[in-house]
Design a protein around this ligand. Sequence first.
Ligand code: GLN
Length: 450
Amino acid sequence: NMYLDRIKQLDDQIGSYLSICEDNAILQAQEAQKLIDSGNSSALCGIPLSIKDNICIEGTKTTCASKMLEDFTAPYTATAVDKLIAHNAVILGKTNLDEFAMGGSTENSAFKITKNPFDLDRVPGGSSGGSAASVAASLALGSLGSDTGGSVRQPASFCGVVGMKPTYGLVSRYGLIAFASSFDQIGPIAKTVEDCAIILDSIAGYDSKDGTSLSYKNPSSYSSSVSEDIDIKNLKIGLPKEYLTDGLNSEVRASLYNSIASLEKLGAKIEEFSMPSLKYAIQAYYLMSSAEASSNLSRYDGVKYGYRADKCKNYQDLLGRSRAEGFGKEVKRRILLGTYALASGYYDAYYKKALKLRTLISKGFEDAFTKYDIILHPTAPETAFKLGQNTNDPLTMYLADIYTVAVNIAGLPSISVPSGYDTNGLPIGLSFTGKPLGEHEIFKAAAAFE
Ligand code: GLN
């Protein structure tokens, strides 16, 4: 009730939620209370969480912040949410995002703008900006976001909270509305590393309903990795030189070096190394993710799902106008870019080259992990920017994803933790990236640093 009241009082200013599941939340809370009273509760029992509105919950609206799905009610629940409910978490509502998770500021939502709780004139980051803002403003204790190229970690960093992207395949994508299927992963956002680990413990695991789900037996819980006395003495950490470019804001750079000093004090050994393929990560990511998006979003044809244009003359008119009216500008840009890249005459020149880069980048990380346990980097080159500042400049928005996208290209786990503030009082984030299924290592390092 306290969280529902806070949402009613404060969310008009922040704009983190698109819908509230009040009745269900109260029922779930009452159920949880019974378990707590009978001494049968587990870590997530009764914990109020928010869910990004591209993750389905049966019987509730799932809009992807798009006019296309404005009236879409999900007919089933995503596996990740099912698991949270099975652990007796309380689902408060669905949070705002960039339309179909395409963007880095949550300004691409068809319905509202979410503001950064640290400064209401600034963006919360994106695309899971509603999720990160809801946690930062204590309108939820934790949240699920989705991360295709940084959408959990970058908003977490802009809002001063922790965001974690699991190894590709660790968390089921069943019920997560697809953007770029070979990159998409659901991940937790919370106030602490331990809270993220507790949520991941609940949502991770094989799911036969997701063809890319990993069958991996976790030897111990993620939360057990962070709750002991953590020793990171002699942990070998690599810092990619390619990330230390002029585009890195001086305050974020200074914070990175402060963080390095703290990690060294804890006994970690940090060394710069070179991974030349990282220079092409943004280009490869935007090409491949748009190609996948153009294919995934072809299902919105005005017939099977969502928005349908009025008074259509024939099928072509229905298809064309439903898509023209239902999708926003950024989504259309990605569909056009992706369709172009996949067209037969251009396939070899663009898509195939991007796939080769994907192999090179994955191989680069593989080599780096023969020398280092963890790779360290800033989460974003700058702190939260002003609302409207980049809305007419998609290229600047894309380039700001420089530190997050390579992780998705290679399917690696990565966690962003708050590492300080700039002179405007805005939070800065630091990322720890691990080898495939190296969640325990990154949780440990992040918790020791936190
Ligand atoms: N900002 C990136 C993009 O717009 C990442 C989005 C995401 O991770 N969903 O593609």
